[in-house]
Write a protein that binds this ligand. Structure first.
Ligand SMILES: [Zn+2]
Length: 250
């Protein structure tokens, strides 16, 4: 139920240029005309298609492990038997990266860094993947991307009055992808995604405590913050909430 509303120019100016990588394209930011101000609603399919295009752009900038490589095959083993998500097909790749991380995007893109595969046993990787799928399933990823498209001045010229998104440059798609990778979800969203992962582990016949262990592994590797853990003020609270979610499993 999306209602059209008009953002005041000052608000757009304030929110503009909030790209996570700090980049700010002033030439695009200046394209804020009357028609652009009406573009405050977005077509859901258009958002997901844009997410897919930004994932393609990120793939082209990244070192993707071949499916036949050891990392590619390890990931295939880990995700074996995972069902599509309410009609949304999930697509998985490994990025060769020393940064311990994994992320998902609104179209069902899931990317796992090789350092994460090296950092923990497979059931814990599945827990992290389940958490990322949770962000997609619970629409956190969708709302994050929609928010960037609607509020970052870089995209004001690209969103049409009907809510469809016009063609974006590779630089714009790159900015969108980086905002998704570095998304900071609310603590409530993170805990919801943890609970989703606990349930997914159980459905897959795995030990749901792998979710708890994955957080503990990351705390050991990262200290109290960084990457996957960064949006949590208290990881002890997070672990308590995971145990709580496990106790509610039937
Ligand atoms: Zn998360």
């Amino acid at each position: 139920m999306l209602k059209s509303r008009v953002l005041p120019l000052t608000l757009i100016a304030l929110l503009g240029g909030c790209a996570s990588d700090g980049s700010f394209d002033t030439s695009s930011a200046l394209i804020v005309g009357a028609s652009v101000l009406q573009a405050t609603t977005l077509d859901a399919r258009s958002v997901r298609e844009t997410a897919a295009l930004s994932a393609q752009e990120l793939d082209s900038q990244s070192q993707v492990a071949a499916q036949t490589s050891a990392y590619g095959q390890q990931l295939q083993r880990i995700i074996q038997g995972l069902a599509p998500l309410d009609g949304l097909s999930l697509n998985y790749k490994v990025y060769l990266s020393a940064d311990i991380n994994a992320f998902a995007m609104a179209d069902g893109t899931v990317r796992v860094h090789s350092a994460l595969l090296d950092a923990m046993p497979d059931d814990q990787v599945l827990a992290v993947i389940g958490h990322e799928i949770g962000h997609v399933k619970l629409k956190h990823s969708y709302h994050q991307m929609k928010q960037v498209l609607l509020t970052n001045a870089l995209f004001q010229g690209a969103v049409g009055v009907g809510g469809t998104i016009g063609s974006l440059t590779s630089s714009q798609l790159g900015t969108l992808a980086h905002s998704a990778v570095n998304a900071h979800f609310s603590q409530a969203d993170e805990l919801e995604a943890d609970e989703f992962a606990v349930q997914l582990l159980q459905r897959q016949g795995k030990d749901p405590y792998a979710m708890k262990r994955s957080v503990e592994t990351l705390m050991k590797k990262h200290g109290r913050g960084g990457g996957f853990l960064s949006s949590h003020p208290s990881n002890d609270d997070r672990i308590a909430r995971i145990e709580d979610a496990i106790s509610r499993l039937r």
